[in-house]
Design a protein around this ligand. Structure first.
Ligand code: FES
Length: 174
């Protein structure tokens, strides 16, 4: 099931949660601990939480000058996960170091990501909902301490019975 879900663009966080050069955001998706941030130029990124140097969390890093700099030895990664600076390891070449990252795409105020390791339908729009900001819409983020499938199944079952009644009650028509 996890591999199937990975073949769909998945909401990672709200666009408004990421500020250019702002604090990184912890994201847990499909059982993976990740870190999201927005670089100086406004590009969003989603990384593995663990730095390849010594496995410290890059969540505690500094988001500065188009990259996230790990707080421990100072390795710095751009939005693609490529290491671009290793101040504590001057003899090594940063080009050979990359932190695992996922592609992101922003649409409708949401940062979407695609977590399949290998797939041909990676282009955004092939499996992602298209959301237009011109229509009246809202975005929210909630945390439910339960299995994703339980929520999806519960919503499907409740919709035909509860939603119309609750809407009628709210509007005073019942
Ligand atoms: S653990 Fe990240 S640079 Fe050392």
């Amino acid at each position: 099931m996890g591999n199937l879900l990975r073949r769909y663009w998945t909401p990672a966080c709200l666009s408004m949660e990421l500020e250019a050069d702002g604090s990184p955001l912890e994201v847990r998706l499909l059982g993976e601990d990740l870190v999201a941030f927005r670089d100086t130029s406004g590009k969003a990124a989603l990384f593995d939480r663990n730095c390849p140097a010594s496995w410290c969390s890059v969540f505690y890093g500094r988001n500065e000058d188009c990259g996230l700099r790990c707080a421990y030895h100072g390795w710095k990664f751009d939005v693609t996960g490529q290491c671009v600076d290793m101040p504590s390891d001057r003899g090594r070449s940063p080009e050979r170091i990359k932190i695992p990252s996922y592609p992101v795409y922003e649409s409708g105020g949401i940062v979407w990501t695609y977590m399949a390791r290998r797939s041909r339908s990676r282009r955004f729009g092939t499996s992602a909902p298209r959301i237009s900001l011109r229509i009246r819409s809202w975005r929210s983020k909630v945390f439910w301490d339960c299995n994703w499938i339980a929520v999806a199944r519960g919503k499907r079952r409740h919709r035909p019975y509860l939603t119309p009644a609750s809407v009628l009650q709210r509007d005073g028509r019942r």
